[in-house]
Write a new protein. Sequence first.
Length: 365
Amino acid sequence: MAQNFGKIPSHKSYVLSLYRTVLRNIPKCCHSYAFQYEIKKTLSKQLFKHKHDKSSWSVYTLLNEFSLLNNCLLEGKLQEIKNLMKPLKKMKKQLETTKILNSLTSLGDVKTNDPEEVRRFHVLSAYIKRKQDLGLLPAYIPKTYQHKLLLPLALNEHACLKLFHIQQKLKNGPPSAGLSYTKEGRNQIWFVRSPINKGRQQSKKLGILIRKERKDSQKNIDNLNFCEINAAWAVHEAIWEEYLESKKIIKVNLPKYLEYAANIPKSTKCNPSSQYQKIKEWVDPVREIMFELHSKSFQRVEYFNKYKEKLLKNGGQLAYFDKKSKEMYAKRLTLFRKMSKETLPYVTLFIEGRDLPSVLAKYGF
């Protein structure tokens, strides 16, 4: 008897793959948080509703619409997505959503998908909510008033706060570059931290190096733990064989015997110190491997210490980024003084291009 398509692994794999692809593409291709939420909620409901659907034609139609939705996302056709979703949503749910998102434009509007427009409306929404909580604005405000009257006020208040933070930073004086480190295993990986190379401006090679050292350090720890387990088995075998030969039970302080000292000569570290031949035969091979792993680990520690001393401190990257940070501060201070003298006294809220957000953007703040 033929199986229903719902039990075929390839069908399940295709549906899951398509669903994951759409979920990844939603935030990439749609900048409106409200519209992202609507798409995800509708998809989740439809998948749950048709989970046990046995009609092949019904499922085929839905999968075609699913694939069309993904194509519309990639092409940025938000109005078509809205049209696809409209028959799937009840009118009651649409009205509730519209009431909650009354400060935003209609879902799927091309303007709403612009990241700058989304940011502006988030500022407006937060401003209205804050004023309503204080009792300074009514519960219902027409959209015309919101866009023409309240939006410039909200953006101006947001820009004033930004201007205050800029002024405080400049008042604190020129920032300096400094050394920082991240610890991976025994290694302290040193790097320069400054306003010039913070966040995404930091070297990508540094990130690659940190991830590599983290992986290598964890691998080294796992290998040492594995060797310790094998050494425990080996010492028991040595004790047993020694007992069979001499009828004596030898005592070995295994942790001390496997202890590695970084400050003594290599020949002392690696030579067996046990007087029992069976311990030498069974435990020493594992011991030598552990000493080699410890030695490589301490070599990396020494390498990063030298890197810190030679490349960062003595006229290297630290001095370079410190100089660039002070140059950046001097440039920003000059621009701020020029802006304060020439433009800030003539800021006008409701004239585009002469409002405070436009002035800050013009001077690069």
